[in-house]
Design a protein around this ligand. Sequence first.
Ligand code: NAD
Length: 502
Amino acid sequence: MTVTTDGIATKTLKNYVNGSWAEASGAELHPVLNPATGETIAQVPFSTAAHLDEAVEAARAALPAWRGVSTIARARKLFELREKLEARKDEIARTVVLEMGKTLPDATAEVGRMIEMVEAATAIPTTMQGRILEDVARGVDAETIRQPVGVCAAIAPFNFPAMVPFWFLPFAIACGNTFVLKPSEQVPMTQALVFESIDSLDLPDGVVSLVNGGREIVEGILEHPGIDAISFVGSAPVAQIVYEGAAKTGKRVQALGGAKNHMVICPDAVVDPTVKGLIGSGFGAAGQRCMAGSVIVTVGEGHDRVIPTLIEETKKLNVGNGLDEETDVGPVISCEARDRIGGWVQKAVDDGADLVVDGRDPGGDPEGAFIGPTILDNVKRDDPIIGEEVFGPVIAVVNVDTLEEAIEVVNASKFGNGVSIFTESASAVRKFRHDVEVGMVGVNIGVAAPVAFFPFSGWKASFLGDLHAHGPDAVEFFTRKKTITSRYFSGGATSGSYFVEH
Ligand code: NAD
């Protein structure tokens, strides 16, 4: 069944500021395109510094009262949000497909992960607890408590319109912070829908705001004196800009950048599930995941056991509109992205790689941004396509003789987001997980993206900062510690220096 976008009205999106929907008056409007058809599905305002100011002002004003709301009451708002999002799960997933292009099952899984973030944040009455030690000196106790950081802002990329903003939003507000979100200007509709659910929660005005826009809002966030912490997810060069900009103005920052993820195939890999894992990882979301397996490193006979089946199965994949049930691989985000990805493929071929599956002419709507699954075999270890992020449905295969060499290929990358090994050998896994310089490791798992209760822990150029997204790191990031040392003379404590009276 082919589902069309008929009936979706083209509308101008609004910001959500101080508890109300607000037109970004005077802002330039930019079209939001459906990447499968090229049609305009909404207009997004590129808000200005003045619009950001309004949101930050409201967030600052809301802070004292919100941090005073009990942790259990804040958690209950998240339980409520969970139910509201669950009720609109299908609608949110469809919107993800319309503006981002991934297939409906993939988008539905993304929305599931978004809701999981809310669930993890409901544990805040436990996870936000501090620690106490009695008798650090005679009659003296010490305790560390966690308090909110203040006004927190998040800047999101295009590839997970639902989930990525929720790596931050539920944890930030659960900890008693107030929060300003800038979604990607390429996919602003999903959060517009999600914020309808947030609006219906009756949170105090200003606790959560949404400001649409592009680079100007990011620069405004970096410089704004009213913002205390910034969470960024996007490409490596912009992560660097955000990290440096936040450091300059003394803000807490976590900046998640680009990636290049390796899939290491050992000679004993179990062929069919391995191929399934490689296809899901390399071509799911048309290769536009920061955990996409875009380099396969085959060890010895791993190549001839796995690659022929991979080629055969890849050729069976259907490219098309993500709303079509037969589609395995949707469009990439834009025609510019499609042409850039095609350029990478041609360059690798010119450098001597074997183009064993060529997806450059997959058919489909000529206005759509389609490029099909592509496999390049026998790629040189130092070819630029091995080192740089392509962010499309392109897998490059490198062949090596030993696991040690495979680990060398992995560790030569400037990125360190995700990596997977396919083998049944525990000793190979032990060596691999010990030696790889990558923050998220999969064993016989194609996309080893951690669940909400664990940190999303990329390394090297894939992450700038100290505290990662979600899991226990989220509570660390969204709170600051205060340590209190106390004694009471009426309770018998001595009045001497507590430094010496141990
Ligand atoms: P992007 O860097 O182009 O944009 C991300 C955000 O930064 C957007 O909100 C955009 O408005 C803003 N921005 C863009 N250019 C800017 C500039 N020059 N100055 C200031 N702000 C700017 O990224 P994208 O194309 O939207 O997303 C894809 C990238 O995100 C890929 O590199 C992917 O690997 C990465 N990503 C990383 C993770 C991770 O966890 N490490 C997760 C998802 C996506």
